[in-house]
Design a protein around this ligand. Structure first.
Ligand code: PLP
Length: 397
């Protein structure tokens, strides 16, 4: 458990907490000073001696990015690729699956909007079939429905978003991974919202691919993400559309050879300042301890749900047996942008999730939008009280 002294230290190490009550960690969390320093130091080096020359001086630290990620996910550094963002990582993985007409993808009602759009695009382009497993009445995908669908359709791919952007739900990715492993089916996990707020172990999840960004609960910079690629996917020579001179070698006029490691999923040009910032944020999270982070995030999120939904005119929308650091609310009398802006005037950062990002979930909940409040471990109980009091004034006004 994190102590009050530790929380104070984390806050002292986070410049942004002086300016804002930041409850938009599901958007982008506040970076700690050591992440900011790592980025600025490298940018300064690029300014002073040139970009390529600066890169040559930090090769060891850049290797440290892959090693930190390997520790974070419990895999080898060879299974890690840098990506510009989570969507880029996800789409590279998706583009590597050798789909043919009538192949089946099984996903959930709560998978991320851009992933759903990508599946529909594959449907249009290759004639694949898209099937969504049923939810349990209490929320979250029904593992039995998933199992039955997998047995019946023998899909080419099972794709699950661990924590949806639009609710506090945590999907049972380990149970689903066990089924995929038994049936030898490609398994792609979107861990964009879970990375940094709870432990992730790819040996337990048994996925072939796992994608995420650094800017959210990992507290890294914007414009940086990663992809985990399993040994099975590498050994099968799965390759993204397209590879370049970094991910492959042109050995004869009509022949190229793929890289052996997961960097096959990268392209040559990478922002080294952001990679070094990402390395720093992962090491910071590992030092604090993911189980500690998870415990405090869940505690603060439950506090939000209890306090905010006690205000008359506000309803908590989160479902699922296991819930995490994303909390969502239907708010009466207010329009989404006006509410978010009003909170901003009080220096409170929250975000709005709209139905276009969650059409199945929001139709079921009967809402067009939700206020999203996403605390992190560096937030305090007092900050949640301030938000609750302001929301209750706004509802009464
Ligand atoms: C669950 C989930 N997956 C993927 C993404 C996409 O991440 P990025 O914007 O880094 O591509 C998001 C962004 O909010 C998300 O919440």
């Amino acid at each position: 458990m994190l102590t009050t002294e530790q929380i104070q230290r984390f806050r002292a190490e986070t410049p942004g907490v002086k300016n804002r009550i930041h409850l938009n960690n599901a958007g982008a969390a506040l970076m700690p000073q050591l992440v900011i320093d790592a980025i600025q130091k490298h940018l300064q080096l690029e300014i002073e001696i040139g970009g390529y020359e600066a890169e040559a001086l930090v090769q060891k630290e850049v290797e440290g990015f892959y090693q930190a990620m390997a520790l974070f996910l419990n895999c080898s550094a060879d299974n890690i690729a840098y990506a510009g963002n989570a969507t880029d990582a996800y789409n590279r993985a998706l583009s590597a699956i050798p789909f043919a007409e009538d192949d089946v993808i099984i996903t959930t009602n709560n998978d991320y909007v851009s992933n759903q759009i990508a599946f529909l695009e594959l449907q249009k382009r290759y004639g694949i079939q898209l099937i969504r497993a049923q939810d349990r009445p209490e929320g979250g995908v029904d593992v039995d429905s998933m199992r039955a669908l997998i047995k019946k359709h023998s899909p080419k791919l099972v794709a699950v978003t661990h924590v949806p952007t639009n609710s506090g739900l945590v999907q049972p990715i380990i149970e689903i991974g066990n089924i995929c492993a038994e049936e030898d089916i490609f398994y792609l996990v979107d861990a964009c919202q879970s990375a940094g707020q709870m432990p992730l172990d790819v040996q337990q999840i048994k996925c072939d691919f796992l994608s995420a960004t650094f800017r959210k609960f990992l507290r890294g910079p914007r414009g940086a993400g990663f992809l985990y690629v399993s040994n099975k996917a590498l050994d099968l020579e799965l390759e993204p559309l397209f590879v370049d001179l970094h991910s492959a070698t042109w050995i004869e006029p009509d022949i190229y050879e793929l890289r052996q490691d997961a960097r096959r999923f990268e392209v040559w040009e990478r922002p080294f300042a952001l990679m070094l910032g990402s390395k720093a944020c992962v090491e910071y999270a590992l030092e604090i301890g993911l189980p500690n982070i998870e415990q405090r995030v869940k505690m603060l999120a439950d506090l939000c749900r209890n306090k905010i939904s006690a205000i008359s005119g506000i309803r908590n929308l989160d479902k699922g047996v296991e819930r995490c650091g994303i909390t969502t609310y239907a708010v009466e009398k207010w329009q989404p942008d006006a509410l978010k802006n009003k909170l901003q005037e009080h220096k409170i950062n929250t975000s709005i999730t709209r139905s276009a990002g969650a059409i199945i979930d929001f139709a079921e909940k009967g809402v067009d939008w939700a206020l999203r409040v996403s605390p992190h471990y560096y937030n305090t109980e007092e900050e949640i009280d301030i938000l609750t009091n302001i929301l209750s004034d706004l509802i009464r006004s």
